[in-house]
Design a protein. Structure first.
Length: 152
């Protein structure tokens, strides 16, 4: 009986690892892209908020910021399709949002209460945490379903 229990535990552990990590190379690639998105979002937010950019250029920087924020969940779908695992999908969905929220949390700690959907202000991380979690899970689900449908 002990051997079969151990075999079941090993099977559950492998199934959990497959869901969370998937194929290691795809997961590492997804997390690497997520780190780049985090850096890009943080840097662009700092650039837009610094005042060093002329007023004419702030609008394109803001557009690129919005694009990186939307690109995270879209890339999460691709990571799940490539068997990047739930961890890869969640990191891709969270990275651009975390970069923007981290900038404001570090450099404007005494900000007023954030409006829902805002990245700036007290409580922004509290709003965005469940939203990003949901986007990552939905991205993983859509990507895994697409892989099953398209790859058979």
């Amino acid at each position: 009986m002990v051997g079969s229990e151990r075999a079941m535990a090993d099977l559950r552990t492998r199934a959990l690892a497959t869901v969370l990590v998937g194929e290691r190379s795809a997961a590492v690639g997804a997390i690497t892209v997520a780190a780049g998105l985090f850096g890009a979002a943080t840097g662009l937010q700092a650039l837009a908020a610094s005042g060093a950019v002329p007023a004419v250029a702030v609008t394109p920087v803001t557009a690129v910021l919005a694009t990186t924020t939307v690109a995270g969940p879209v890339l999460a779908i691709g990571a799940a399709y490539r068997r990047g695992g739930l961890a890869g999908s969640l990191s891709l969905a969270a990275a651009p949002v975390a970069g923007r929220v981290a900038y404001f949390a570090l450099f404007t700690p005494n900000a007023v209460v954030a409006l829902p959907g805002s990245f700036e202000g007290s409580g922004a991380a509290t709003f965005w945490a469940p939203v990003v979690l949901a986007l990552g899970v939905v991205g993983f689900t859509v990507g895994a379903a697409a892989r099953r449908l398209l790859d058979g």
